[in-house]
Design a protein around this ligand. Structure first.
Ligand code: BES
Ligand code: MN
Ligand code: ZN
Length: 497
């Protein structure tokens, strides 16, 4: 797909499909299309006919609208004008892209990107439109014998405000497309089945990413991790025939001396629970347990594509969690890289075991901040559902910046408490701490466990158990929280307009 921008009189451009918004009042949006009196009259007739009532999510494709200058005019419902905010804007873009794809149009001009939005800049509208269009165009059919027919749509043109300026508009579009690519990478890695997407596969994907974007990438093997003393991480790998991998990739966009922002992503390529075996129903979805790792690679890709002036590292501990004769058992005690000993009371609480060693490793990179991303607890899904990711942090400024980035990207997170009171639940009779804290506040105690390994730097943890993938008819990885993380980096780099 080719994306471009036009700021001067985009409505005059002849295209195979011109896309206009219509509010529920049946008024064409301001940004609509004053093309000619004849065209306006013809449009008014259509609206009066009742064929398009402006309801959000509705669309009406018109052919040969008199004097329109375009072969097709697509009307997209925007809902009530007073309620037109970020979600309605996203829905309109999504609806438009789907309707165009379902038509024979080879190119389309979206005027929707000119509709003013409360508190959102023209650059925001363009960036967001690019992200949403990319997400809507995404397909995953690698394992389908019959591929979907190629859509005829090849070019999408976004109308920019007159005042934004060519360079700023182009930059916003580029940012949106970069984020879209990062999201697509995260989704594809997430969607791949566990027999394909093994720790070794993820390591190879990281190497390939490094190749494409001139990044440094190093993969620590089992022997390296043994030599370092990462026995918490290694304990999770014992039941599997797949060798564990620790991916460490760097993007150097900042000054050589700038401390890096370090992203750490949970990469359990399949979580059976281990000896504490999970129930069978829905267990296939545990192939998504590496979505944290996928999201840090996706974010690295987006940052590199945008050439952000920041130093960024991505660390992804990648392990398969299976039962077996050599697997860890409840009651086993292991020594972590930090020196703290851990009693494994439940082998299904494996994410924190691989992350704690990855966090200790992150400390060696002298980070400015560390953000870990993990499908960590079912309890987080109970608390926040599929709407917000759970956010925990030992640093208020970092937490606020991440919340803000999530709001801007419409990839939201909600802050949860990390109070010391909860640490009680992690007491062990035999080791320094236990890997589970019982049923109450399961997402909080998981974060508390991680906090014990993140004492020496500004740290945040995103529990994405409810947001990383969808179940049911739309089953598939979402690519979250790549948009949140990318916006956090954009803001840090001073590149958000
Ligand atoms: N990967 C799971 C968390 C999960 C479960 C994410 C369901 C999304 C949906 C994690 O490794 C896990 O099994 N956590 C346990 C922790 C418990 C044993 C303390 C859980 O949430 O049940
Ligand atoms: Mn588990
Ligand atoms: Zn897990």
């Amino acid at each position: 797909m080719e994306f471009s921008i036009k700021s001067r009189s985009p409505e005059r451009r002849r295209s195979a499909c011109l896309v206009l918004g219509v509010f529920e009042s049946r008024a064409p949006s301001l940004a609509a299309w004053p093309a000619s009196p004849d065209a306006r009259r013809a449009l008014a007739e259509v609206l009066a006919s009742g064929d398009m009532d402006g309801k959000a999510g509705s669309a009406l494709m018109l052919r040969n609208l008199p004097a329109s200058g375009s072969e097709r005019v697509l009307l997209v419902g925007l809902g009530k004008e007073k309620e037109f905010g970020d979600p309605a804007y996203a829905k309109a873009i999504r609806t438009a892209v789907k309707a165009i794809q379902g038509s024979g149009a080879a190119d389309a001009t979206l005027l929707l990107t000119r509709i003013p939005l409360k508190k959102r800049s023209a650059a925001w509208r363009l960036r967001q439109a690019a992200v949403i269009a990319s997400e809507t165009l995404y397909r995953f059919d690698r394992f389908k014998s019959k591929k979907e027919a190629e859509a005829s749509l090849a070019r999408l043109l976004f109308a920019a405000d007159d005042r934004i300026g060519e360079a700023a508009a182009a930059q916003a579009l580029e940012q949106g497309l970069a984020i879209g690519e990062g999201v697509a990478l995260a989704r594809t890695l997430g969607n791949l089945p566990g027999n394909v997407c093994t720790p070794g596969y993820l390591a190879e994907a990281a190497r390939q990413l490094a190749e494409e974007h001139a990044l440094d990438c190093r993969v620590l093997e089992r022997a390296d991790m043994e030599a370092l003393g990462m026995h918490a991480l290694l304990s999770v790998a014992k039941g599997s025939r797949q060798a564990p991998k620790l991916i460490v990739a760097h993007y150097h966009g900042g000054k050589p001396g700038d401390k890096p922002i370090v992203l750490v992503g949970k990469g359990i390529t399949f979580d059976s629970g281990g000896i504490s075996l999970k129930p069978g129903e829905g267990m296939d979805e545990m192939k998504f347990d590496m979505c944290g790792a996928a999201s840090v690679l996706g974010t690295l890709k987006a940052a590199a594509r945008m050439r952000l002036p920041v130093n960024l590292a991505a660390i992804a501990p990648c392990v398969e969690n299976l039962p077996g004769g050599a697997a860890s058992k409840p009651g086993d005690i292991v020594a972590s890289l930090s020196g703290q000993t851990i009693e494994i009371l439940n082998t299904d609480a494996e994410g924190r075991l691989i992350l704690c060693d990855a966090l200790s490793y992150a400390e060696r990179l002298k980070p400015q901040a560390v953000i870990d991303v993990a499908t960590l607890t079912g309890a987080c899904v109970v608390a926040l559902g599929n709407v917000a990711s759970g956010l925990y942090a030992n640093d208020d400024e970092l937490a606020a910046a991440l919340i803000d980035a999530g709001d801007t990207a419409f990839d939201r997170a909600w802050r949860m408490p990390l109070w010391d009171d909860y640490q009680e639940q992690l007491k062990s009779n035999f080791a320094d701490l236990a890997n589970v804290g019982g049923r109450p506040a399961g997402s909080v105690t998981a974060a508390c466990f991680l906090s014990r390994f993140a004492g020496k730097f500004a740290w945040a943890h995103l529990d994405i158990a409810g947001t990383a993938w969808k179940s049911g008819a739309d089953k598939g990885a979402t690519g979250r929280p790549v948009p949140l993380l990318a916006h956090y980096l954009l803001a840090r780099a001073g590149k958000l307009r």
